[in-house]
Design a protein around this ligand. Structure first.
Ligand code: UD1
Length: 344
């Protein structure tokens, strides 16, 4: 029995690979390294002491992807691969539709051909659009605010249609809240290209001195300190959620969406404070204008995942901050080893 992991070298993918290998699963990873590094795969083996099969390919390449199914006995796929920057998706929407949607359709077509009908899909809390209230449960109305969000929403709908057409499919749609933190070893973590868009990598890059200060996007939201509230979840908890979802889809059929969040909301300034306390590193910040399209408050009701998957988040903000910091301080340049230039 083997589990195909698409985008297994990425942030959430690599952490999930570690937990799958620790559980004794056989995995086959595919990745095109568009937003990840081969070094992450070496580190997965270093952490777990296990080897696994890897194919460097783009999911849009049907022929290469089919070869993976021909050469292996695959029982299920966990589909992480995709583009994930909101801002970029507004600039190059077609690339987002092509990469995220077309590749998922290709993957499902090949899965169908090889009679592999078990799928865990990386969705996002972004499918709730601007939520009217919190906590957010899975039955809340869905909408999209940008092309990235629309790809997640459209893929959820495509997978619903697929299940309607053939009830033999077993699909989990995992709606992630705000993944942060890193593996305890500090060997794998989030390694964004360029200047980070998201809060936690930005804070840790300020901590390590790569960025001067944090821009806090708005302090006039209707929250305790005026800054935006989110449901931050440790990436290892998130990875464990995939293992539980996998167990569920391998033993039943149907399609279900699950919120993967802690159920607790923290403001931007609370996260800055938690980071300073957990690491002893000061984070200078400036209040700037609110970012367009940001909700004031967004946190999950995670009871469905607890009830149906037997999953709940275990780590608190201290661990999230301490582990993000361990990764960032051990790897200030991410997976890239800083090259020393010798002038001659
Ligand atoms: C963002 C995306 C969301 C995506 C998620 C996971 C937007 C509008 N939303 O969610 O679609 O699913 O990432 O990748 O981009 N903040 C600052 N300064 C910063 C960065 C963030 O103050 O430099 C604030 C934000 O205003 C927000 C909070 O920190 O209140 C979290 O922001 P971020 O980490 O970008 O996540 P989301 O906006 O929740």
């Amino acid at each position: 029995m083997a589990i195909l992991v698409t985008g297994g070298a990425g942030y959430i993918g690599s952490h999930t690979c570690v937990e799958l290998l620790n559980e004794g699963q056989e995995i086959i990873v595919v990745d095109n390294f568009s937003n990840s590094k081969p070094e992450a795969l070496k580190r997965i083996s270093e952490i777990t002491g296990r080897q696994f099969k890897f194919y460097e390919l783009d999911l849009l390449n049907e022929v290469q992807l089919e070869k993976v199914f021909m050469e292996n006995e695959i029982d299920a796929a966990i589909h992480f691969a995709g583009l994930k920057s909101v801002g970029e998706s507004v600039t190059i929407p077609l690339r987002y539709y092509q990469t995220n949607i077309t590749s998922t359709v290709i993957l499902c077509e090949i899965m169908k051909k090889y009679e592999v009908r078990n799928l865990v899909f990386s969705s996002s809390a972004t499918v709730y659009g601007m939520p009217e209230r919190c906590p957010i449960s899975e039955e809340f109305p869905l909408s999209a605010l940008n092309p990235y969000g629309r790809t997640k929403l459209m893929i959820e709908e495509i997978l619903q249609d697929l299940h309607k057409s053939d009830s033999g499919w077993s699909i989990s749609l995992l709606r992630y809240f705000n993944p942060v933190g890193a593996h305890k070893s500090g060997l794998i973590g989030e390694d964004p290209n360029g200047i980070p868009n998201n809060l936690m990598p930005y804070i840790s890059q300020v901590g390590v001195g790569k960025l001067e200060y944090l821009n806090v996007f708005g302090n006039e939201y209707p929250t305790l300190d005026g800054t935006g509230i989110r449901d931050y979840i440790h990436v290892v908890d998130l990875a464990m959620g995939h293992l539980k979802a996998l167990k569920k889809i391998l033993t039943s059929t149907g399609i279900e969406a699950y919120n993967l969040g802690t159920g607790n909301g923290y403001s931007v300034l609370e996260m800055v404070d938690a980071f300073e306390k957990a690491t002893g590193v000061p984070i200078p910040y400036k209040i700037v204008e609110a970012r367009a399209g940001d909700a004031a408050i967004c946190y999950a009701d995670p009871t469905k995942a607890k009830k149906e998957l037997g999953w709940e988040a275990k780590f608190g903000v201290e661990e999230m901050c301490a582990d993000s910091w361990k990764w960032q301080s051990l790897n200030p340049y991410g997976y890239e080893i800083k090259k020393k230039f010798i002038q001659v």
